[in-house]
Ligand binder design. Sequence first.
Ligand code: F6P
Length: 504
Amino acid sequence: MPHTDVLDLPLVLLSNRGPVTFDRDANGRTVNRGAGGLVSALAGLAEHLDDAVWVCGAATEEDAVVAREAQGSLLVQTHPIPHVVEGEPDGPSIRVRLVVTDPAAYADFYSVWSNPILWFVQHGLYGRSLSPVLTRAEHDAFENGYAAVNRVYADAVVDEVRARGGKALVLLQDYHFYLVAEHVRRQCPDVVLTHFVHIPWPGPDEWRVLPADIRERLLFGLLGSDVVGFHTRRYARNFVLCASELLGLPTDLDALTITVGDRIVRARYYPISVDPAALDATLASEEVAAHVAMLRYIFLDDDRQLILRVDRTDPSKNVVRGFLAFGTLLDQHPELVGKVSFLALLQPSRTDVPEYADYIALIGGVVAEINARHTKEGRQPIDLRMVEDFPLAVAAYSICDVLMVNAIADGMNLVAKEVAVVNRRGGVLALSETAGAHEELGEFAVTLHPFDTQQMADALYEALTMPMEERHRRLAAAAEQVRTHDVARWLNDQLNDLRQIAGI
Ligand code: F6P
């Protein structure tokens, strides 16, 4: 349980996706808890504070209806059954403020600037010879979309801070909101403000893809914070280098500090993690046991082996090259054909962004080609499932021989950490050197070079043929690392630093 006494301040959280969403079914309004490590870690904190509010986007039509009805924030009890509380809650609850924005502005904010432009710059996905092309439309989308929506959210945060007497701990999350901190700082100079960036932060040259005026606004926006948090030291250093080279500010690369006027802004790194107890409970469920039995029957009879990947269909995940590497493995080791299967559980993601929709089509094409080439006795080597089914994923985690994570870049990659905790078969992590998780787990993994399909094929072969004792040794060490560096620690380390910083 995190200490909740940070400066005895009220808490104002901001993220694009919030801790609950509302929908409608035949029986009326439904309330669902948000999924994922970030939401559960921060919800765990907010639920235990007397005065906390979570500002987030209205993600569904029903969210927007609820937001209009509430005309401000509303209290949602999160356990055991999520519901809106009218009087006193009798269980853990979170105050939520759902922000409704103009749909056209939100589309420019989310589907043009957050994804793809910022996401592509920060994950190094642009080929540069032909993309990006920044036209008047992108400039307008920045002003009328990204900046305008950031302003609406910033105003909501300011409102909530002022309602608490102008002093609060403000925790901003992610690449959607780089312009918020500066605005909040100007309106509420007494806040303690951190902005955590959940995706990679590249060096200055990558940021030069964006015009100077825009990248400077993004950087100065973030520098309204007291602390800018990242998953790894490399990203934190890159941020300090950007402040030095792109803004000309005085910096200290060893101390990871930037001087902005009379303020010191700290870059810090806190690797996000998973909740091992929650994973253990999911693994122990009947639903997972049923999936395990089915997956064993399909993939693991007669000493066969299973490679797994679980990803959103995001170009940064490098799914296409992953399959090309698997095809190379089967070409060069025909004895593995019919012996090794590749199960890919992919969740369609951001399909209204053209680059993402195109990527799904590319994945389908490469899978069809490899399956046509290597089907043996009616058995296709790749089983591609477009599903979002966490119990199924956990079942697959527990019995895979190899997990493939070959991201071009990934802020952290929690799938690798989940597999380390849950796998019971001496599963080998095949982990991209450019995933944040590689800093912690690389020594227990076989390393993948995300652009080198031959290297990845060789690494998969090494993982599949690694002696069982060595596989179990590495897995146990990886599991120990994750269990001792869980998501509660991610949050506590940040709060502990803030206690010191606020002692300023
Ligand atoms: O930090 C990256 C992130 O915002 C995570 O919350 C999550 O992995 C993913 O991107 C979700 O993306 P979206 O909200 O666009 O579906």
